[in-house]
Design a protein around this ligand. Structure first.
Ligand SMILES: Cc1ncc(COP(=O)(O)O)c(C=O)c1O
Length: 412
């Protein structure tokens, strides 16, 4: 299955050919070169000065622009259907520059989704010390969003396409429309969905941020972030990158480009394995509940199907029929699936949200967020579905979960 883009080429083709045929003297390289230079010169001093502004009209100093980074940005802009993409040394660098680009003043407010990546929340908390108000709302209730952004002091709407850890799916087009009606920018963190599943700019979102550390680079060996936007927003974001010094390094840009070439293949496979595993997990007596947008009982199943073109992502969460000690024993007993705090890697990674992504929440906040003692979050990698299922089953037995639940069922 190919995914169309507004370009004349499909997503898979643009990704696979990303950054190839770069002129090198009289020849063309088939792989983009890594341009390590911090400083660029030209034949005349006028040309050296002309390269400084407006960015990135040329190359002068590598904190402003670098050829390998620009190659990555150009490929990603085509994949996102964006005028421009700005690349950073991490997802948080991208998010921070986006917030700075809003040029907020004391007394301004941002309306943000309740379910947000924890460090993004910390970035918002830091904004509060500049007297910026952050109002957290339930973005799955569209009426409450319209009400929350009606106030004149609200300057932006911020949300994630697929929320962590329970994988609720935001109605991207509807949220963008509500923000446009109020003439405020909408910002989406599209890390979990990737541009392969959806391109939010095409439905009216203003700024798309990604932790490219995750699926886009995909191999667990790069920290990177990107912002995709129209040229006006991208220029503002790029100016913030220059003053924060948060540009992506040339080597990391090169690794990200290399990972990006197989994004469609990896995503397709990870979505398919996740769908199989989610269905299998649902049948296991030691599993209480499975959260996966591809399951018919997921609250936004239909929306997800339409919005993500029939794919549902590579992330699954599930509640074990277990308390904290047995859940931790289950995680310890896994042999293939690796406990780890990241996601979107070729290797399957699992974490316990109460002790990792959501460790700063108190008992009341955990209950409100629906994060129980038996909840685990799984980022499905490229291993075979059979081996992953065997690993989970073996761990359930080792932790005594399978026996306990069978005994419970026998009693009933
Ligand atoms: C949804 C989401 N956004 C942003 C980030 C931050 O990205 P990075 O770790 O690349 O700074 C993460 C990291 O886990 C994330 O999961």
């Amino acid at each position: 299955m190919s995914r169309a883009t507004p370009d004349d080429l499909d997503f898979e083709t643009i990704a696979a050919q990303g950054g190839t045929r770069v002129p090198l003297g009289d020849t063309l390289s088939t792989v983009p070169p890594i341009s390590a230079s911090t400083t660029f010169t030209a034949e005349t001093i006028d040309a050296v000065h002309a390269a400084l502004t407006p960015e990135p009209s040329g190359f002068a100093y590598a904190r402003n622009a670098n050829p390998t980074v620009v190659t990555l940005e150009t490929v990603l802009a085509r994949l996102e259907g964006a005028d421009d993409v700005v690349a950073f040394g991490s997802g948080m660098g991208a998010i921070q520059a986006t917030l700075l680009a809003l040029e907020l003043s004391p007394g301004d407010a941002i309306v943000a989704a309740q379910a947000l990546y924890g460090v993004t929340r910390s970035a918002f908390t830091q904004l509060q010390s500049f007297d910026v108000d952050i109002r957290y709302i339930d973005v799955f209730n569209l009426e409450s969003v319209a009400d929350a952004i009606a106030d004149r002091d609200v300057r932006a709407l911020y949300f994630e396409s697929i929320a962590n850890p329970l994988l609720q799916v935001a109605d991207i087009e509807a949220l963008a429309r509500i923000a446009r009606q109020r003439r405020i920018p909408s910002i989406i963190d599209n890390t979990f969905a990737t541009p392969y599943l959806c391109r939010p700019l095409s439905v009216g979102v203003d700024l798309v941020v990604h932790s490219a550390t995750k699926y886009i680079a995909g191999h667990g060996d790069v920290m990177a972030g990107v912002v995709a936007a129209n040229s006006t927003w991208a220029r503002r974001v790029r100016a913030k990158r220059t003053v924060t010094g948060a540009i992506l390094s040339p080597f990391e840009a090169w690794l990200t480009l290399r990972g990006l070439r197989t994004l469609p293949l990896r995503m397709h496979r990870q979505c398919s394995t996740a769908a199989h595993l989610a269905t299998w997990l649902k049948e296991q007596p030691w599993v209480e509940r499975v959260y996966y947008p591809g399951l018919a009982d997921h609250p936004q199943h239909e929306l997800a199907g339409h919005q993500f073109g029939g794919l549902f992502g590579g992330m699954i969460a599930f509640d074990l029929r277990a308390g904290r000690a047995a859940t931790l024993a289950f995680l310890d007993a896994l042999r293939l699936i690796t406990p780890g705090t990241s996601l979107g890697d070729v290797t399957s990674l699992i974490l316990y949200p109460r002790l990792s992504s959501h460790r700063t929440l108190d008992a009341e906040q955990l209950a409100a967020a629906g994060i129980g003692e038996g909840l685990v979050r799984l980022s499905v990698g490229l291993e075979s579905v059979k081996d992953l299922a065997s690993d989970l089953e073996r761990a359930a037995h080792a932790a005594g979960l399978a026996e306990t639940t069978m005994a419970m069922h026998a009693k009933l």
